[in-house]
Design a binder for this molecule. Structure first.
Ligand code: CU
Length: 168
């Protein structure tokens, strides 16, 4: 028993080594090709589904800062699946909108990633905006009901946070 266990571990290590380093034709080549292909315009990098356009109303959330206090206004909104949220920079930038991938349910992840668009600075980290009236829109089409917390990366330590609660 002990011997066969060791043999299993040994073969697993060999398989792992082949998969990682060997440039044999087949799966490795296909993976490399897929990685170098430019994603379709409507599909965000790293997402596995196409972006879904909003079909409902647009909710506006202001991004406000005066050098001391930084906030989203309103911080918490309740919307319906298919609605659109538009964050607008009013003052005190740079601001952005970041959802925490660790807190987003697995069932929502791919679609939220896709709907956040192509300019993410990291996974679910929206682009930075500096100027008044700069805006960022995320469609909540295809997003399962639930509460999605977001924050502004530059002002996370100053508690610039909010939630989008999606109702079915
Ligand atoms: Cu901010």
């Amino acid at each position: 028993m002990r011997f066969s266990g060791l043999a299993l571990i040994a073969s697993a290590v060999v398989i792992g080594a082949c998969g990682g380093g060997d440039k044999t034709p087949g799966t490795t080549d296909t993976a490399a090709k897929a990685a170098s292909t430019t994603p379709a315009p409507t599909q965000a990098a790293g997402s596995t589904v196409p972006k879904m356009p909003a079909t409902g109303k647009t909710w506006e959330v202001k991004m406000v800062g005066d050098g001391t206090n930084f906030k989203f206004e309103p911080a918490n909104i309740t919307i319906k699946v298919g609605d659109n949220v538009k964050w607008i920079l009013i003052s005190g930038g740079p601001h952005n909108v970041t959802f925490n991938p660790a807190e987003v349910p697995a069932a929502a992840k791919a679609q939220l990633l896709a709907n956040m668009g192509e300019n993410q600075m990291g996974e679910m980290m929206g682009p930075l905006f500096q100027n008044a009236n700069d805006s960022y829109e995320v469609s909540f089409a295809g997003i399962p009901a639930g509460t999605y917390g977001f924050n502004c990366t530059p002002h996370l330590a100053m508690n610039m946070k909010g939630t989008v609660t999606v109702k079915p």
